[in-house]
Design a protein around this ligand. Structure first.
Ligand code: ZN
Length: 368
Protein backbone atom coordinates (compact mmCIF):
# COMPACT_ATOMS: atom_id res chain seq x y z
CA UNK A 1 0.00 0.00 0.00
CA UNK A 2 1.44 3.33 -0.99
CA UNK A 3 -1.66 5.46 -0.79
CA UNK A 4 -1.90 7.03 2.56
CA UNK A 5 -4.24 9.69 3.80
CA UNK A 6 -2.39 12.01 6.08
CA UNK A 7 -3.56 14.83 8.21
CA UNK A 8 -1.28 17.71 8.92
CA UNK A 9 -2.11 18.86 12.37
CA UNK A 10 -2.85 22.56 12.61
CA UNK A 11 -3.31 22.95 8.86
CA UNK A 12 -6.01 22.02 6.46
CA UNK A 13 -6.21 18.28 5.94
CA UNK A 14 -4.37 17.08 2.89
CA UNK A 15 -4.34 13.82 1.01
CA UNK A 16 -0.85 13.03 -0.15
CA UNK A 17 0.88 9.70 -0.56
CA UNK A 18 4.04 9.52 1.49
CA UNK A 19 6.72 6.93 0.91
CA UNK A 20 9.77 5.53 2.61
CA UNK A 21 12.67 3.92 0.79
CA UNK A 22 15.58 1.80 1.95
CA UNK A 23 18.73 1.73 -0.18
CA UNK A 24 17.44 1.08 -3.72
CA UNK A 25 13.94 -0.03 -2.83
CA UNK A 26 10.65 1.51 -1.86
CA UNK A 27 9.36 -0.10 1.31
CA UNK A 28 5.89 -1.46 1.61
CA UNK A 29 4.20 -0.26 4.80
CA UNK A 30 0.63 -0.96 5.82
CA UNK A 31 0.34 2.69 6.88
CA UNK A 32 2.42 5.86 6.84
CA UNK A 33 1.38 8.87 8.88
CA UNK A 34 2.68 12.39 8.88
CA UNK A 35 2.27 13.71 12.37
CA UNK A 36 3.49 17.21 13.21
CA UNK A 37 5.29 17.25 9.87
CA UNK A 38 7.27 14.14 10.76
CA UNK A 39 6.84 10.93 8.78
CA UNK A 40 6.03 7.96 10.99
CA UNK A 41 5.65 4.28 10.14
CA UNK A 42 4.53 1.22 12.11
CA UNK A 43 7.33 0.37 14.54
CA UNK A 44 6.99 -3.35 14.07
CA UNK A 45 7.26 -3.09 10.28
CA UNK A 46 10.29 -0.83 10.13
CA UNK A 47 12.03 -2.91 12.79
CA UNK A 48 11.64 -5.90 10.47
CA UNK A 49 13.00 -3.99 7.47
CA UNK A 50 16.01 -2.71 9.40
CA UNK A 51 16.52 -5.98 11.25
CA UNK A 52 16.13 -4.42 14.68
CA UNK A 53 15.04 -6.69 17.52
CA UNK A 54 12.33 -5.31 19.76
CA UNK A 55 10.32 -6.59 22.63
CA UNK A 56 7.44 -5.65 24.88
CA UNK A 57 7.54 -6.06 28.66
CA UNK A 58 5.10 -4.70 31.24
CA UNK A 59 3.78 -1.94 28.99
CA UNK A 60 7.21 -0.87 27.82
CA UNK A 61 8.40 -1.51 24.28
CA UNK A 62 12.16 -1.86 23.86
CA UNK A 63 14.35 -1.58 20.78
CA UNK A 64 17.92 -2.64 21.27
CA UNK A 65 20.70 -2.57 18.72
CA UNK A 66 24.34 -1.54 18.51
CA UNK A 67 24.46 -0.78 22.23
CA UNK A 68 21.53 1.63 22.03
CA UNK A 69 18.30 1.04 23.87
CA UNK A 70 15.21 3.00 22.97
CA UNK A 71 12.03 2.41 24.87
CA UNK A 72 8.47 3.63 24.84
CA UNK A 73 6.34 3.67 27.96
CA UNK A 74 2.65 3.06 27.29
CA UNK A 75 1.55 4.90 30.42
CA UNK A 76 3.61 8.06 30.24
CA UNK A 77 3.79 8.00 26.39
CA UNK A 78 7.42 9.01 26.79
CA UNK A 79 10.24 7.71 24.63
CA UNK A 80 13.63 7.27 26.31
CA UNK A 81 17.05 6.62 24.89
CA UNK A 82 19.51 4.73 27.08
CA UNK A 83 17.32 5.54 30.07
CA UNK A 84 17.10 9.29 29.39
CA UNK A 85 13.57 10.57 28.57
CA UNK A 86 13.33 12.56 25.34
CA UNK A 87 11.55 15.91 25.23
CA UNK A 88 9.66 15.02 22.04
CA UNK A 89 7.65 12.08 20.80
CA UNK A 90 9.41 10.00 18.16
CA UNK A 91 7.12 7.09 19.07
CA UNK A 92 3.36 7.53 19.26
CA UNK A 93 0.46 5.15 19.61
CA UNK A 94 -2.37 5.53 17.10
CA UNK A 95 -5.40 3.24 17.27
CA UNK A 96 -3.49 0.74 19.37
CA UNK A 97 -0.48 0.62 17.04
CA UNK A 98 2.96 2.09 17.64
CA UNK A 99 4.38 4.42 15.02
CA UNK A 100 7.96 5.66 15.00
CA UNK A 101 9.62 8.61 13.31
CA UNK A 102 11.48 7.41 10.22
CA UNK A 103 14.17 10.04 10.69
CA UNK A 104 14.67 9.19 14.32
CA UNK A 105 15.00 5.44 14.04
CA UNK A 106 17.15 5.61 10.91
CA UNK A 107 19.66 8.03 12.40
CA UNK A 108 19.79 6.22 15.74
CA UNK A 109 20.50 2.95 13.93
CA UNK A 110 23.39 4.40 11.95
CA UNK A 111 21.64 5.18 8.68
CA UNK A 112 21.28 8.47 6.83
CA UNK A 113 18.06 9.89 5.49
CA UNK A 114 17.65 11.81 2.25
CA UNK A 115 14.48 13.75 1.52
CA UNK A 116 12.81 13.80 -1.86
CA UNK A 117 10.22 16.53 -1.20
CA UNK A 118 8.67 16.38 -4.67
CA UNK A 119 7.96 12.67 -4.27
CA UNK A 120 7.09 12.96 -0.54
CA UNK A 121 9.68 10.29 0.04
CA UNK A 122 12.32 9.71 2.66
CA UNK A 123 15.12 7.41 1.62
CA UNK A 124 17.03 5.54 4.33
CA UNK A 125 20.51 4.51 3.26
CA UNK A 126 24.03 3.84 4.42
CA UNK A 127 27.21 4.74 2.66
CA UNK A 128 28.81 1.42 3.58
CA UNK A 129 26.03 -0.48 1.78
CA UNK A 130 26.07 -0.23 -2.00
CA UNK A 131 23.29 1.95 -3.39
CA UNK A 132 22.46 4.00 -6.46
CA UNK A 133 22.99 7.78 -6.43
CA UNK A 134 20.20 10.03 -5.16
CA UNK A 135 19.75 11.32 -8.72
CA UNK A 136 19.22 7.80 -10.04
CA UNK A 137 16.96 7.00 -7.12
CA UNK A 138 14.84 10.03 -7.93
CA UNK A 139 14.42 8.77 -11.50
CA UNK A 140 13.48 5.35 -10.15
CA UNK A 141 10.99 6.95 -7.75
CA UNK A 142 9.38 8.96 -10.51
CA UNK A 143 9.02 5.84 -12.60
CA UNK A 144 7.32 3.85 -9.88
CA UNK A 145 5.17 6.66 -8.54
CA UNK A 146 3.97 7.66 -12.00
CA UNK A 147 3.13 4.10 -12.71
CA UNK A 148 1.17 3.81 -9.50
CA UNK A 149 -1.00 6.79 -10.30
CA UNK A 150 -1.40 5.76 -13.93
CA UNK A 151 -2.37 2.20 -13.11
CA UNK A 152 -5.48 2.98 -11.12
CA UNK A 153 -7.92 1.40 -13.57
CA UNK A 154 -8.01 -2.33 -12.94
CA UNK A 155 -7.22 -3.25 -16.54
CA UNK A 156 -4.18 -1.03 -16.78
CA UNK A 157 -2.93 -2.41 -13.52
CA UNK A 158 -3.12 -5.92 -14.84
CA UNK A 159 -1.14 -4.87 -17.87
CA UNK A 160 1.45 -3.26 -15.64
CA UNK A 161 2.34 -6.46 -13.81
CA UNK A 162 6.05 -7.22 -13.84
CA UNK A 163 7.68 -9.76 -16.10
CA UNK A 164 8.86 -12.94 -14.41
CA UNK A 165 12.01 -14.76 -15.43
CA UNK A 166 12.11 -18.34 -14.18
CA UNK A 167 15.71 -19.50 -13.98
CA UNK A 168 16.93 -23.05 -13.44
CA UNK A 169 20.43 -23.74 -12.13
CA UNK A 170 22.61 -26.83 -11.87
CA UNK A 171 21.40 -28.87 -14.87
CA UNK A 172 21.44 -30.51 -17.26
CA UNK A 173 20.14 -33.64 -15.58
CA UNK A 174 17.00 -35.77 -15.64
CA UNK A 175 15.00 -33.08 -13.80
CA UNK A 176 15.84 -30.59 -16.55
CA UNK A 177 13.77 -32.81 -18.81
CA UNK A 178 10.82 -32.66 -16.43
CA UNK A 179 11.05 -28.90 -15.95
CA UNK A 180 11.32 -28.47 -19.70
CA UNK A 181 8.21 -30.57 -20.25
CA UNK A 182 6.30 -28.48 -17.69
CA UNK A 183 7.35 -25.22 -19.35
CA UNK A 184 6.22 -26.65 -22.67
CA UNK A 185 2.87 -27.75 -21.25
CA UNK A 186 2.13 -24.19 -20.12
CA UNK A 187 3.69 -22.65 -23.21
CA UNK A 188 6.27 -20.73 -21.20
CA UNK A 189 9.98 -20.02 -21.78
CA UNK A 190 12.67 -20.13 -19.14
CA UNK A 191 16.38 -19.61 -18.63
CA UNK A 192 18.72 -22.48 -17.78
CA UNK A 193 22.18 -22.08 -16.28
CA UNK A 194 24.07 -25.26 -17.02
CA UNK A 195 27.13 -26.70 -15.35
CA UNK A 196 29.68 -27.46 -18.10
CA UNK A 197 30.81 -30.78 -16.67
CA UNK A 198 27.28 -32.19 -16.88
CA UNK A 199 26.71 -31.02 -20.43
CA UNK A 200 28.68 -33.48 -22.56
CA UNK A 201 26.85 -36.57 -21.41
CA UNK A 202 23.45 -34.87 -21.64
CA UNK A 203 23.45 -33.68 -25.23
CA UNK A 204 19.91 -34.83 -25.96
CA UNK A 205 18.52 -32.94 -22.96
CA UNK A 206 20.29 -29.82 -24.16
CA UNK A 207 18.89 -30.29 -27.65
CA UNK A 208 15.32 -30.33 -26.39
CA UNK A 209 15.89 -27.28 -24.19
CA UNK A 210 17.20 -25.38 -27.22
CA UNK A 211 14.42 -26.68 -29.46
CA UNK A 212 11.77 -25.42 -27.02
CA UNK A 213 13.17 -21.90 -27.16
CA UNK A 214 14.74 -21.49 -23.74
CA UNK A 215 17.88 -19.48 -23.07
CA UNK A 216 20.99 -21.31 -21.89
CA UNK A 217 23.72 -19.55 -19.95
CA UNK A 218 26.69 -20.92 -18.10
CA UNK A 219 26.88 -21.74 -14.41
CA UNK A 220 30.65 -22.52 -14.57
CA UNK A 221 32.30 -25.82 -15.53
CA UNK A 222 32.73 -27.42 -12.12
CA UNK A 223 30.37 -25.57 -9.73
CA UNK A 224 33.14 -26.16 -7.22
CA UNK A 225 33.42 -23.10 -4.98
CA UNK A 226 37.10 -23.71 -4.26
CA UNK A 227 37.95 -23.94 -7.94
CA UNK A 228 35.66 -21.27 -9.36
CA UNK A 229 36.61 -18.55 -6.90
CA UNK A 230 40.25 -19.54 -6.46
CA UNK A 231 41.53 -16.64 -8.58
CA UNK A 232 40.30 -14.21 -11.20
CA UNK A 233 41.97 -16.46 -13.77
CA UNK A 234 40.32 -19.68 -12.65
CA UNK A 235 37.02 -17.82 -12.43
CA UNK A 236 37.08 -16.47 -15.96
CA UNK A 237 38.36 -19.77 -17.32
CA UNK A 238 35.34 -21.53 -15.82
CA UNK A 239 33.02 -19.02 -17.48
CA UNK A 240 34.82 -19.06 -20.83
CA UNK A 241 34.91 -22.83 -21.02
CA UNK A 242 31.26 -23.09 -20.03
CA UNK A 243 30.22 -20.52 -22.62
CA UNK A 244 32.38 -22.17 -25.27
CA UNK A 245 30.77 -25.53 -24.63
CA UNK A 246 27.30 -24.03 -24.96
CA UNK A 247 28.31 -22.44 -28.24
CA UNK A 248 29.71 -25.77 -29.49
CA UNK A 249 26.72 -27.82 -28.45
CA UNK A 250 23.89 -25.40 -29.28
CA UNK A 251 25.37 -23.02 -31.81
CA UNK A 252 24.27 -20.13 -29.62
CA UNK A 253 26.21 -17.39 -27.87
CA UNK A 254 26.05 -17.63 -24.08
CA UNK A 255 26.99 -14.23 -22.76
CA UNK A 256 24.81 -14.39 -19.66
CA UNK A 257 26.31 -16.08 -16.64
CA UNK A 258 25.00 -17.06 -13.28
CA UNK A 259 27.89 -17.64 -10.95
CA UNK A 260 27.65 -20.52 -8.45
CA UNK A 261 26.15 -19.38 -5.10
CA UNK A 262 25.50 -15.89 -6.50
CA UNK A 263 27.94 -13.02 -6.90
CA UNK A 264 28.00 -12.07 -3.23
CA UNK A 265 30.24 -12.48 -1.34
CA UNK A 266 32.74 -14.53 -3.37
CA UNK A 267 33.03 -12.61 -6.61
CA UNK A 268 36.03 -10.27 -6.30
CA UNK A 269 36.58 -6.95 -8.05
CA UNK A 270 39.17 -8.62 -10.29
CA UNK A 271 36.63 -11.29 -11.33
CA UNK A 272 34.08 -8.56 -11.91
CA UNK A 273 36.41 -6.78 -14.30
CA UNK A 274 37.19 -10.08 -16.09
CA UNK A 275 33.47 -10.50 -16.77
CA UNK A 276 33.34 -7.01 -18.17
CA UNK A 277 36.46 -7.48 -20.32
CA UNK A 278 34.97 -10.63 -21.79
CA UNK A 279 31.61 -8.90 -22.40
CA UNK A 280 29.60 -11.14 -20.14
CA UNK A 281 26.42 -10.14 -18.37
CA UNK A 282 25.72 -11.38 -14.87
CA UNK A 283 22.40 -12.38 -13.38
CA UNK A 284 21.78 -13.00 -9.72
CA UNK A 285 18.11 -13.09 -8.67
CA UNK A 286 15.31 -11.24 -6.88
CA UNK A 287 13.40 -14.18 -5.48
CA UNK A 288 15.10 -17.22 -3.96
CA UNK A 289 12.72 -20.19 -3.97
CA UNK A 290 15.12 -21.98 -1.57
CA UNK A 291 13.97 -25.12 -3.36
CA UNK A 292 17.21 -26.95 -2.52
CA UNK A 293 16.29 -27.25 1.12
CA UNK A 294 12.94 -29.00 0.73
CA UNK A 295 11.87 -32.57 0.02
CA UNK A 296 9.40 -33.56 -2.70
CA UNK A 297 6.66 -33.62 -0.10
CA UNK A 298 7.41 -30.03 0.88
CA UNK A 299 7.03 -28.65 -2.65
CA UNK A 300 4.19 -26.40 -1.43
CA UNK A 301 6.72 -24.46 0.58
CA UNK A 302 8.70 -23.72 -2.60
CA UNK A 303 5.52 -22.45 -4.26
CA UNK A 304 4.84 -20.26 -1.25
CA UNK A 305 8.35 -18.81 -1.17
CA UNK A 306 8.03 -17.88 -4.83
CA UNK A 307 4.61 -16.26 -4.39
CA UNK A 308 5.63 -14.26 -1.34
CA UNK A 309 8.90 -13.21 -2.93
CA UNK A 310 7.30 -12.09 -6.17
CA UNK A 311 4.59 -10.11 -4.43
CA UNK A 312 7.18 -8.40 -2.29
CA UNK A 313 9.34 -7.48 -5.29
CA UNK A 314 6.28 -6.30 -7.19
CA UNK A 315 5.19 -4.05 -4.34
CA UNK A 316 8.65 -2.60 -4.02
CA UNK A 317 8.37 -1.50 -7.64
CA UNK A 318 10.41 -4.15 -9.39
CA UNK A 319 9.34 -4.54 -13.01
CA UNK A 320 11.48 -7.53 -13.91
CA UNK A 321 11.58 -10.25 -11.34
CA UNK A 322 14.10 -13.07 -11.54
CA UNK A 323 13.26 -16.26 -9.69
CA UNK A 324 15.96 -18.72 -8.66
CA UNK A 325 15.03 -22.38 -9.10
CA UNK A 326 17.03 -25.54 -9.70
CA UNK A 327 16.77 -28.68 -11.78
CA UNK A 328 15.90 -30.82 -8.80
CA UNK A 329 13.17 -33.31 -8.02
CA UNK A 330 11.27 -31.13 -5.53
CA UNK A 331 11.33 -28.22 -7.98
CA UNK A 332 9.69 -30.31 -10.67
CA UNK A 333 6.84 -30.89 -8.19
CA UNK A 334 6.45 -27.15 -7.48
CA UNK A 335 6.84 -25.76 -10.99
CA UNK A 336 3.34 -26.50 -12.33
CA UNK A 337 1.72 -24.70 -9.39
CA UNK A 338 4.11 -21.78 -9.71
CA UNK A 339 3.31 -21.29 -13.39
CA UNK A 340 -0.43 -21.73 -12.88
CA UNK A 341 -0.39 -19.07 -10.19
CA UNK A 342 1.67 -16.66 -12.31
CA UNK A 343 -0.64 -17.10 -15.27
CA UNK A 344 -3.75 -16.70 -13.15
CA UNK A 345 -2.34 -13.50 -11.64
CA UNK A 346 -1.56 -12.11 -15.07
CA UNK A 347 2.23 -12.04 -14.92
CA UNK A 348 4.12 -12.36 -18.17
CA UNK A 349 6.78 -15.09 -18.11
CA UNK A 350 9.81 -14.78 -20.35
CA UNK A 351 13.18 -16.27 -21.07
CA UNK A 352 16.24 -14.03 -20.94
CA UNK A 353 16.49 -11.86 -24.03
CA UNK A 354 20.08 -10.79 -24.76
CA UNK A 355 18.84 -7.93 -26.94
CA UNK A 356 16.85 -6.52 -23.98
CA UNK A 357 19.30 -7.14 -21.20
CA UNK A 358 18.13 -6.24 -17.70
CA UNK A 359 20.72 -5.43 -15.05
CA UNK A 360 20.22 -7.78 -12.08
CA UNK A 361 23.24 -8.41 -9.97
CA UNK A 362 24.01 -8.14 -6.30
CA UNK A 363 27.10 -6.10 -7.14
CA UNK A 364 24.86 -3.34 -8.51
CA UNK A 365 27.21 -3.11 -11.46
CA UNK A 366 25.16 -1.50 -14.24
CA UNK A 367 27.65 -2.56 -16.91
CA UNK A 368 27.07 -6.23 -16.16
ZN1 ZN B 1 24.25 -23.75 -8.58
Amino acid sequence: MFFIVCTTIGHASTTVSHHVGLSDQLLDFSDIKVISEDTKVPLEEIAAFLDIPFDLKKGITYIRKNGIEINYNENSKITSKNGVPLDWFPIVKVNGKLFISVNYIAIEMGYKVHDFPKQHTQRIYRDDYGHMSHDDYEIYLNQILNRQTSTLPAKAEEKAKPTIYLTFDDGPNKFTTVNNATLKKYNVQGTFFFVGNYMKKNASIIDSVVKDGHYIGTHSMTHDKEKVYKSAKSFINEMNEGAKLIKQMTGKEAKLVRVPYGSKPDLSAAMQSELLKNSYKLWDWDVDSKDWKYTDKEADQIVKNVKVGIEKSYKSGDRDIIVLLHDRSQTTKALPQIIEWLQKEGYAIKAYEPEHHIVKNFLRDTSL
